[in-house]
Design a protein around this ligand. Structure first.
Ligand code: ARG
Length: 244
């Protein structure tokens, strides 16, 4: 006896082939750094912000589906080095140290560090007044590096910038050193018990980080950035988050 097994053909009909899957672009980010990356509200994408819009626009140019992999900021460079993600966008400053272990796109945003204190603090007027003070920073950031230059500072390091700000609001530290656009946005969001003091500490530029050896992807990202600048998409995204 023969046993006929008929697989996947119902009465001569053909099953429609599944739509070809879009190639994925996996992107690391510390998604607690508003307005660059943050959790979306109901009806919004999981992660929103300037960087999130920018990388999704880049994904569209490249015909790739962007998947954000949220992780601690200090985990991003290791994730790139181990190849577990394709790239990273996280308000990450292009530095010489980092450029030894990852490649950076062309700069896409100019930033800088600023000192924040409690609004009722009349004693710290800028970075120069921080000697001997308690300073909170986010781990692995340029703000954390800058704090190390302060003589006799007592530095507390936190996994997210929000925890550093909480410490400042509580009065457990005297100051937070962090990227100015993020600190200013934080104050604007109803944290008027915090203020910035002194000047921007230095000019910094954010770049998209790509593992060493992935020159093709790096070039594609740079070309996409150029396209988005030329066709007005970059300006539109910029205005959405920073235009008043
Ligand atoms: N620009 C600073 C740096 O590169 C801080 C970036 C922190 N980014 C974040 N998503 N938490 O070190």
């Amino acid at each position: 006896t023969f046993l006929f097994v008929v697989v996947g053909c119902g009465g001569g009909q053909t099953t429609p082939a599944p739509a070809p899957e879009k190639q994925k672009l996996t992107v690391a980010s510390d998604t607690a750094y508003a307005p660059f990356e943050m959790q979306g509200g109901p009806g919004e994408p999981t992660y929103i912000g300037f960087d999130m819009d920018l990388i999704r626009a880049i994904g569209e140019v490249l015909g790739k589906e962007v998947e954000i992999i949220s992780m601690g900021f200090d985990g991003i460079i290791p994730a790139l080095q181990s190849g577990s993600v394709d790239c990273a966008i996280s308000a990450m400053t292009i530095t010489e140290e980092r450029a030894k272990v990852v490649n950076f796109s062309v700069p896409y945003y100019e930033s800088g560090l600023i000192t924040a204190v409690r609004a009722d603090n009349n004693d710290i007027k800028g970075f120069e007044d921080l000697a001997g003070k308690k300073i909170a920073v986010q781990i692995g950031t340029t703000g954390a590096l800058k704090a190390q230059e302060v003589p006799d500072a007592k530095i507390s390091t936190f996994n997210t910038i929000d925890l550093a700000f909480l410490e400042l609001k509580k009065g457990a530290v005297d100051a937070v050193i962090n990227d100015a656009p993020v600190t200013l946005y934080f104050i604007q969001q109803g944290n008027e018990d915090v203020k910035v003091v002194g000047d921007l500490l230095s000019g910094e530029f954010y770049g998209i980080a790509v593992p060493k050896g992935k020159e093709d992807l790096l070039n594609q990202i740079n070309d996409a950035l150029k396209t988005l600048k030329e066709n007005g998409t970059f300006d539109r995204i910029y205005m959405d988050w920073f235009g008043q």
